[in-house]
Design a protein around this ligand. Sequence first.
Ligand code: PLP
Length: 310
Amino acid sequence: MAAAEVGDDVFGEDPTVNRLQSVMAERLGKEAALFVSSGTQANLLALMSHCERGDEFIAGHNAHAYRFEGGGGAVLGSIQPQPVTMTREGLLPLEAIAAAIKVDDFHFAKTRLVCIENTYDGHPLPMDYLRSVGELCRARNLSLHKDGARLFNASVATGIDVAELVAHCDSTSVCLSKGLGAPVGSLLVGSKELIAKARRIRKMLGGGMRQAGILAAAGLHALEHHVTRLSEDHEHARIVAAALNRRFQGRIEQNTNMIFLLLPEEELRPFLQHLNKHGITIHRPRWVMHRDINDDDVDWLLGAIDKYPS
Ligand SMILES: *Cc1c(COP(=O)(O)O)cnc(C)c1O
């Protein structure tokens, strides 16, 4: 990062940002990419680039882009969200999507975009599902955006190339700062036309950064060194979940790098307090493995789980 060659990215003149953008676009098999400050900003740019004021996007009722991003599409883009109930595995049933699409009638907002998320709560979406959603969107003349904050986890877990995972989407966001372990940043990836639009909106939102190459350098490092190692996080999650399952029979869910403890508050709280006494600070029933948790940390955690009186 300290040695990164930098320039003014607002004018597209930061060589390191440009390299990161072209590396990511190529890796995902799309025309262009845009480096942005966060996953939230990448998804917001996708909404605002695909949709006009008064348009509508369909998303899962628990999707990050619908539920956890401050309603940015509505607040800043005048884009109406249409949530549909998604499964625990992150699927928006095709019939539910089809039923939510508005007919062309001036009473209704214009349905323009469908958003899916991969991984969702650690679940990689199945390839045949991705194909079917893509076909549905094409048939109904809708764009398809994928929130791929954890896309590389999906790829490493399934062995399917990232480009294939996004082949059916018009755009995708990817976080460098989650499992990939870079300090800052996400990218929005899509067609040249879409990315040109997003670049304009990014500037409007105050997201045009100057010497951002120092951040992009970390992203390039992450792409080169931190992708295949995601399988270590998945393995750590699997081992920890197995230990938890011995304690809390069948009430532990684990997918890729995420673990969910499906325990009532009165059972969860004393357990977390116990871990706390062993020097492990966890506040929530959602645990996520990442590159700063190593084998020794996992052993420490397993030891503490083991010592929990049943
Ligand atoms: C983290 C995350 C985001 C948002 O990323 P930020 O960088 O925190 O804004 C979006 N979608 C998913 C699925 C995420 O996990």
